[in-house]
Design a protein around this ligand. Structure first.
Ligand code: CA
Length: 371
């Protein structure tokens, strides 16, 4: 070993010692502190879902069980579905005010309070689950999300995603953009604003009202989630045409929201357990959703009384153009919306060429092979 090499070797050796020393010291301090912190936390969690809603409620219960097991009972989370403790749509307020420590829902439900947070659930013609996850976990998404909820005393975490939804149920065929004119459709949020721009009438209905309204013809169309949830609602008995894709909800991200005082009070190890259990529950939900939806879709296609159809490109491309207008209008009304829209748009543009060379290129081959 030459002199210079020796010096470099000793330098790197010292550096490695210093670095590992630091790491070990800070970790053991935290672990030691936590080992002495034997407090037991009994938390309440409310959700924005009906008690019997499959997948979403299953995922939340798995999360709660995992946290209790991993923390050896030091953090117990009792789950209440929508309406059991507070109404579904008051989940955000209940967490914000500290009435409960935790909640599960989707940020577009609170669009009236935080319009910009809609990007953290989904936006029409936005990114699908994998793109959204890249922006949230790897880009600025999570940081912006935390910034948006900070004034409400809430810390958000990603927990689950519905994947791309279906376009919805229609009592008439949609062949041209003219067919959207006057169409009364249950479609909330930004998707509803886009439909209104296309000449349709978006209607707001709670989950419980959808089936009856469609079956009685009070509305002409509705979107809900995907094949599994739609089939459970019996929507195939209320309308004849089932359209895809869900242009308005290309991958709806769900959220775990925690009261910031309650979060600050948790020891570091329990915080890590919560984050790890939330990430694990997201993968669990992915598996459950994909399998549940693909099987339900196959069974729907085999039902003779309904038609499963793709929206004509003319219609979806027109809706995409209108979406651009809606997003610009919303951004003009709200600085924060503008900020998040810019981050989302820049991320998407940065991802575009790589995505074209990978996912899109591969999908186009698969499409040919399937034909
Ligand atoms: Ca939906």
């Amino acid at each position: 070993m030459g002199k210079m090499q020796k010096i470099l070797f000793s330098l790197s050796f010292v550096l490695a010692l210093v670095l590992s020393g630091c790491g070990v010291e800070s970790e053991s301090t935290t672990a030691a502190e936590d080992a002495e912190d034997n407090r037991v936390f009994n938390w309440k969690m409310v959700t924005a879902w009906p008690p019997n809603l499959p997948i979403n409620q299953d995922t939340v219960h798995k999360f709660s069980r995992d946290v209790e097991l991993m923390s050896r009972g030091r953090l117990r989370i009792k789950v209440y579905a929508g309406g059991e403790l507070v109404p579904a749509l008051q989940t955000f307020d209940a967490v914000s005010q500290g009435a409960v420590e935790m909640g599960h829902g989707a940020s577009y439900y609170w669009a009236g309070k935080v319009p910009a947070a809609q990007f953290l659930s989904t936006v029409p013609f936005g990114m699908m689950q994998n793109g959204a996850w890249a922006w949230i976990y790897g880009g600025e998404g999570l940081e912006l999300w935390r910034e948006l909820y900070e004034p409400f005393g809430i810390v958000p975490f990603p927990l689950g995603n519905t994947g791309i939804q279906m376009g919805g149920w229609f009592n008439r065929e949609i062949n041209t953009i003219e067919d959207l004119k006057g169409l009364k459709m249950r479609i909330p949020g930004l998707g509803g604003k886009v439909l209104a721009k296309a000449g349709g009438n978006p209607v707001l209905l709670s989950a419980a009202e959808i089936y009856t309204a469609l079956e009685r013809g009070t509305i002409d169309a509705t979107e809900w989630v995907g094949p599994l949830h739609d089939l459970r609602f019996g929507l195939d008995r209320a309308a004849k045409y089932y359209y895809y894709p869900g242009w308005h909800e290309p991958g709806t991200q769900l959220e775990l929201i925690i009261n910031s005082n309650a979060w600050a009070d948790l020891p570091a190890d329990l915080k890590t357990i919560v984050e790890a259990a939330a990430a694990s529950a997201s993968l669990y939900m992915y598996g459950l959703s994909e399998v549940g939806n693909m099987d339900a879709f196959n069974s729907l296609k085999n039902k003779g009384h309904i038609q499963v159809l793709e929206f004509p490109k003319e219609v979806t491309l027109h809706l995409a153009k209108l979406t651009g207008e809606v997003l610009r209008e919303e951004a003009e009304k709200d600085e924060k919306f503008m900020k998040v829209l810019n981050s989302y748009t820049e991320f998407r543009a940065r991802r575009a060429s790589f995505n074209k060379a990978t996912e899109q290129s591969y999908q186009s081959i698969l499409r040919e092979l399937n034909n």
